[in-house]
Ligand binder design. Sequence first.
Ligand SMILES: C[S@@+](CC[C@H](N)C(=O)[O-])C[C@H]1O[C@@H](n2cnc3c(N)ncnc32)[C@H](O)[C@@H]1O
Length: 188
Amino acid sequence: MSPPHGPATRSAWVVRFAELVPKAGAVLDLACGGGRHTRFFIGRGHRVTSVDIDLSGIADLKGRADVEPIQADLENAAGGDGWGPLAGRSFAGVIVTNYLWRPLLVNIVAAVGPGGALIYETFARGNERFGKPSNPDFLLQDGELLDAVRGRLKVVAYECLEVSEPKPAIVQRIAAVRRADDAQNRRG
Ligand SMILES: C[S@@+](CC[C@H](N)C(=O)[O-])C[C@H]1O[C@@H](n2cnc3c(N)ncnc32)[C@H](O)[C@@H]1O
């Protein structure tokens, strides 16, 4: 049996495109949960800022120099354009998996620094056939991640499809990068 935070638990999409994140650059793991991708990126030598409303899943990482845990309610963050403690910050890698709060999409894209990468994977419209999440607020619409990055990031890969692993689901996912000389285009 694989350990609870072992390689088998990582998103294959995140693993596949991790190379896009500049070596040793700072990574944001948004809505980090049990920290499966926080653990993956610290293992690759990155410093990771791990944000969640509930940090109990990464309690064992507390005190590490390469992990910055931030407890925040991302859906009710005060100030900084609703981005709360992350306002004004940018990262070499922004990782979001199995989480969607639509108003944050603009902040998520803006948080990708010059030369950095966004790797995003979550459930999409049609997933209601398989169970939760089924609330349209938590399901990406067709092409929504492409729309979110258009004119801001260069798309390296995009998929919207039915998967069977780790469970049957409809997922949408994107890997996209910001040009190294693009310091101006972080907000539309
Ligand atoms: C399905 S889990 C995904 C965790 C992780 N990204 C992964 O893929 O393993 C969703 C996460 O979103 C977090 N979350 C939900 N609402 C939140 C909010 N308002 N602010 C911050 N985090 C929130 C939950 O605590 C949970 O850890």
